[in-house]
Design a binder for this molecule. Structure first.
Ligand SMILES: Nc1ncnc2c1ncn2[C@@H]1O[C@H](COP(=O)(O)OP(=O)(O)OP(=O)(O)O)[C@@H](O)[C@H]1O
Length: 641
């Protein structure tokens, strides 16, 4: 019995296990599908949970509809066999006395399962919360991305705006640059226009200046011409006066002679009277007397006229040309014999005296020049002196510089010291000669050839007739004279040294300057030279009185003796400082004025006060003269413009 009971119990347990296994298999399957919600102990939504027998049916039906059945139609993979086995097992359980325990176990199993499901639910809720969090995170991320995108868009917008602003600025800048370029171009054009206008004005001014220069040159030439004319007139007048004087002397002498002759004639006539008486009485003696008287008259007349013709001829051949103002060559060959003899004697005595006082006297003692210039001139004088002995051609010279700086003096000194003959003429003398000038120039060169030593021909104021040949102010005669001179100086000469002096070297014809070998400038004296000049003329005009007295001899009235007092070196240096811009001539004149001022004093004393007074007014006079000259020049420019 017990064994049967045990076997029945084992059978129930096996049935329950089978039922549970089949239900579990179903349940697991449904879970595996994810849509199956059936549980034998859970209360289905539409069937009664307390009737487990019905539940599978209901479940199977609903399951067939809800989960086992494919929504597209048909039960895919559903096995009703296990369900049937479960139902069968349940029936067996119901019949078993251990059904209660079985159901208890099943309930516990179900509770366990519910707990598992709750845990699963909690798990799912946690998952859901996690999902929610994830969603929130994603949303936040999206939000952040949105914000980021917005920021990016904003930044892009800002960049774009910035780009636009930059482009606008660039455009503005470009426009400004173009504007500036345009402005610069306009300024350049304007400056070019201004420059052109300035050049045009300058050219106009230069043309005006040239015109003024020409006019001034014309005025100067006219002045020189007038001066030369005046000088010629003065010479003519002087000659006339001399002639008058000679005539008067002649008349007086003739009167004396006449009286002498009258007395003689009276005597003679008394004799003649006797003779006539004899003649009248004797016919043959009368005829002889008349014939003799006629022959005598004819002889006297012929001799006189013949002598006059011969004199003119000799004079023309041998005499000094009239253009030469000063020369070392005697005017007539025979007239030098006596003077040469006197000169020799004088030279001998001077040399003897000089050798007693100083060993050697350098040339140019009376000329004050800058040491370097002086050295050059001494060298030139020596070279010129030696040229003839070496049979070399002479070198022509041009001296130029402001008036009164010693050009003429130096030329004279060079001529004298070089041992050549020398002759001086002035350019201003040529113009008044007119058509005769050419002949006179040739005459000078012919005459110069006669010098055995060689001749230094010095032409002062050379620009007066050697100026530019194209000049419209030059007369035809002057041009011819210049051409004659150019013709005679075409080759290097072994007979003539040409020395030209001018204040305006620029006016000389280019062909003339081409013939020049040495060009020497004579500047205004510097302070050192002015000191020397002041001392030189102080000695000459104020201290050399004794010497002059002895030279004047007894023919002239003796001048008052000048006493020089307190004239220190400092005073002379002060005067030299003040006389800046003075020429040598002006300083010589200043010292002549000092001499005159001293003669104006009863005691004839020269002291530093008087000296400086004269210096001051001469300096004021000099500045006034410069001012007037510049005003004159300005007015000439204004007038011409
Ligand atoms: N360097 C000098 N040394 C001494 N005296 C001078 C000097 N320069 C000029 N004089 C004085 O001035 C006078 C004129 O000099 P000079 O005739 O030589 O000048 P210049 O240069 O030929 O002038 P111009 O150009 O006017 O003919 C001389 O007689 C002399 O008294």
């Amino acid at each position: 019995m017990a064994a049967s009971r045990i076997s029945s119990r084992a059978g129930v347990a096996a049935a329950a296990a089978a039922a549970v296994a089949s239900i579990s298999a179903l349940s697991n399957r449904a879970h595996a599908d994810g849509s199956f919600r059936f549980s034998p102990f859970s209360s289905p939504p539409s069937s009664d949970s307390s009737s487990p027998q019905k539940a599978p049916k209901t479940d199977s039906k609903s399951d067939g509809k809800a989960s086992g059945e494919d929504p597209k139609g048909g039960l895919s993979g559903f096995d009703p066999e296990s369900l049937e086995r479960g139902v069968k097992a349940l029936k067996e359980i119901n019949r078993s006395p251990y059904a209660k325990q079985v159901f208890e176990i099943m309930r516990k199993q179900e509770e366990t399962r519910l707990a598992e499901l709750a845990a699963e639910k909690a798990y799912f809720q946690a998952m859901q919360a996690q999902e929610e969090i994830e969603k929130q995170r994603k949303m936040a991320e999206e939000q952040r991305n949105l914000v980021q995108q917005q920021a990016q868009a904003k930044a892009q917008m800002a960049r774009y705006e910035d780009e636009l602003a930059r482009k606008r600025m660039q455009t503005d800048h470009e426009a400004q640059r173009m504007h500036n370029v345009e402005l610069v171009r306009m300024q350049e054009e304007s400056s070019v226009r201004k420059e052109q206008a300035r050049r045009a004005t300058e050219e106009q001014i230069q043309a005006q200046q040239r015109q003024t220069e020409k006019e001034r040159a014309e005025i100067e030439r006219e002045t020189i011409r007038v001066k030369a004319l005046a000088e010629a007139e003065a010479r003519a007048h002087e000659a006339k006066l001399t002639e008058d004087h000679n005539r008067r002397m002649l008349v007086e002498r003739m009167n004396g002679e006449r009286e002498k002759w009258l007395a003689a004639i009276n005597t003679v006539f008394s004799h003649i009277e006797g003779g006539f008486r004899t003649l009248l009485t004797d016919q043959s003696k009368l005829v002889m007397a008349v014939g003799g008287a006629t022959a005598l008259a004819a002889g006297v007349y012929t001799t006189r006229e013949g002598a006059r013709v011969i004199w003119g001829y000799v004079n023309r051949i041998l005499g000094q040309p009239s253009l030469i103002r000063e020369s070392s060559i005697a005017k007539y060959p025979w007239s030098g014999i006596v003077s040469r003899g006197i000169k020799k004697v004088r030279n001998y005595s001077t040399e003897a005296g000089a050798s007693k006082t100083s060993g050697s006297e350098s040339c140019l003692d009376n000329v004050v020049l800058h040491p370097s210039l002086k050295r050059r001139i001494e060298q030139l004088a020596r070279a010129t002196a030696n040229t003839k002995s070496h049979q070399a051609p002479f070198r022509n010279m041009l001296f130029y510089g402001p008036p009164g700086t010693g050009k003429t003096m130096v030329a004279r000194e060079i001529a004298q010291k070089s041992g050549l003959d020398y002759a001086m003429m002035t350019g201003g003398d040529v113009a008044p000669l007119g058509a005769e000038a050419v002949t006179k120039i040739h005459q000078i060169f012919d005459w110069a050839k006669k010098s055995k030593k060689g001749l230094l021909l010095f032409i002062d104021e050379a620009d007066a007739f050697l100026c530019e040949r194209n000049s419209i102010y030059m007369s035809e005669a002057q041009r011819s004279a210049l051409n004659a001179l150019l013709f005679r100086t075409g080759d290097q000469s072994r007979d003539i040294v040409l020395v030209l002096a001018t204040n305006r070297p620029g006016d000389l014809d280019s062909a003339v300057t081409d013939r020049i070998d040495e060009v020497i400038e004579f500047p205004l004296p510097g302070e050192e030279e002015r000191v020397k000049l002041l001392k030189l003329y102080l000695n000459k005009y104020l201290s050399d009185q004794d010497k002059e007295d002895s030279l004047l001899g007894s023919f002239k009235r003796k001048p008052q003796k000048i006493t020089v007092k307190d004239l220190s070196e400092d005073v002379i240096h002060e005067a030299a400082r003040k006389t800046e811009g003075f020429s040598g001539r002006e300083i010589a004149k200043l010292m002549a004025s000092v001499q005159a001022a001293v003669y104006g004093r009863p005691d004839s004393i020269l002291d530093s006060k008087l000296f400086m007074e004269v210096v001051d007014y001469k300096v004021a006079e000099h500045h006034q003269r410069i001012k007037l000259a510049s005003e004159d020049q300005k007015s000439v420019v204004d007038f011409s413009s």
